[in-house]
Design a protein around this ligand. Structure first.
Ligand code: HAM
Length: 427
């Protein structure tokens, strides 16, 4: 049997149910902030990511799934959504002189070393806001993510870290000072950091290597190079977060792994998932649209990793809705067509019901076992009597109670309630 590719997870029905609960909650939060959904292609020209995400980033240097298509064009499976989102809005004339608030979701691909919470195909939900330069929209993005955690009941599992990278001028001055400082210790740096000294020195701040971290303690810090505009933006963000009651920590070491950021950067971090602690990351990227060939347009956004959010959600151990609410069993093959018609009528009168009709014949006892297995609260049993009277016999599986009703009555009884007495909409 051919096996799955390493790092590309299969989602089975049990997880699929929790996944849907999480995704629907997140979607409803994004929609409630009036963000609109865009669908982005899974593949783009490789150049979009090397120019957008940055040549010297880990993603572009060593993690992209790229291929040559039959025309010889280099294409890449998207490793993230921001560059593609800019490309789409720019190409369709939706950026210049306008504001846009959009979200997207779907699989992203990075050739990373797989472990719990880190995969080669993973699922992001991301939101991007264009055309708004002030810190108010940064705060809105953070409020929106905070609302996501609250809706999922995981707000006590995540904390927010923020930082400012300043304008590109101040970053360039800082970069020079950092290179100057670290060059003095070049022999003591780990191999990765030594390489980054030439290509992407700010990323050294992210290092997990203890020896390098110690060296960094004496390094110049970005805030010393900040210009007034950058500081005012950051103060504005902090003040808004304070007023909204959103707690955060300023982490001067936070630089993020993609090159397009300026001013605000942030990450939501958890201590409950081991090394893969970042559940959501984002920030401002005012230069990206221009970098990709458009007119200067401010932008900011975030993306969250759905698998990581799901792992936190699972720790809450909340029951999710079962596959079926009602399982229709038939006494004999003769009632099969009636059972199918009955199911359709019930689906029409109570659209939120999930109804599974038994297929394949067999003893009633075995059919009822299947009803239990799929989590249904009710079995509807259909025999010759029900067919001739046009009725339905409903059995509450938890108690074994049975009642024969007309179709309308049955629909009424099933409306809004599962057999456990839990409102369907609450499950
Ligand atoms: P990112 O930090 O690279 O940012 O990814 C965002 C989130 O995706 C991470 O915080 C993490 O939860 C999840 N993630 C990343 N890589 C993996 C992986 N290999 N396996 C599982 N989950 C993963 C971006 O992608 C930016 N586009 C975010 C952004 C949007 N910035 C501005 N707008």
């Amino acid at each position: 049997m051919v096996q799955a590719i390493r790092g590309m997870r299969d989602v089975l029905p049990d997880e699929g149910r929790r996944w849907r609960a999480v995704e629907q909650s997140l979607e409803s939060v994004l929609l409630s902030y009036a963000y609109e959904e865009v669908h982005l292609p899974l593949m783009e020209f490789t150049e979009l990511f090397s120019r957008g995400v940055g040549e010297a980033t880990d993603i572009v240097e060593k993690e992209m799934y790229s291929l040559l298509d039959r025309d010889g064009d280099s294409l890449t499976l998207r490793p993230e959504g921001t560059a593609g989102c800019v490309r789409v809005l720019q190409q369709h004339g939706l950026l210049f002189n306008q504001t846009q608030r959009v979200f997207y979701r779907g699989p992203m691909f990075r050739y990373e070393r797989p472990q719990k919470g880190r995969y080669r195909q993973f699922y992001q939900m991301g939101a991007e806001a264009f055309g708004m330069a002030g810190p108010d929209v940064d705060a809105e993005l953070l409020a929106m993510t905070a609302a996501c955690w609250k809706t999922l009941g995981i707000e006590d599992k995540v904390r927010l870290e923020i930082n400012t990278l300043g304008s590109s001028d101040s970053r360039a001055r800082y970069r020079a000072a950092l290179v100057d400082y670290l060059s003095g210790f070049e022999a003591e740096l780990d191999e990765d950091s030594r390489r980054r000294l030439a290509t992407n020195p700010l990323r050294i701040l992210d290092t997990k290597v203890e020896r390098t971290r110690t060296l960094l303690e004496g390094a110049p810090v970005l805030s010393q190079f900040m210009d007034e505009e950058g500081l005012a933006h950051f103060d504005g963000l902090k003040a808004t977060l304070d007023s909204l009651g959103i707690e955060y920590q300023v982490n001067p070491q936070l630089v993020r792994g993609l090159d397009y950021y300026n001013l605000t950067v942030f990450e939501w971090i958890t201590d409950d998932l081991g090394a893969q602690g970042t559940v959501c990351g984002g920030g401002r990227y005012d230069g990206l649209v221009e970098q990709l060939g458009g007119k200067p347009t401010p932008g900011a956004g975030f993306a969250l990793g759905l698998e990581r959010v799901l792992l936190l959600f699972e720790q809450r151990n909340q029951p999710t809705r079962p596959a079926a609410d009602v399982y229709i069993a038939v006494m004999s093959q003769a009632e099969q067509v009636y059972a199918l018609q009955l199911a359709d009528r019930l689906r029409q009168s109570v659209p939120e019901l999930r109804i599974r009709v038994h297929a394949g014949g067999g003893k009633l006892k075995n059919q009822l076992k299947k009803a239990d297995q799929c989590g249904a609260s009710w079995a509807a049993i259909v025999g010759a009597d029900e067919v001739s009277a046009g009725t339905i016999t409903l059995k509450t599986l938890a108690t074994g109670e049975q009642i024969t009703l007309g179709l309308d009555e049955a629909a009424e009884r099933l409306t809004g309630l599962g057999g456990t007495g839990v409102r369907l909409s609450d499950r």
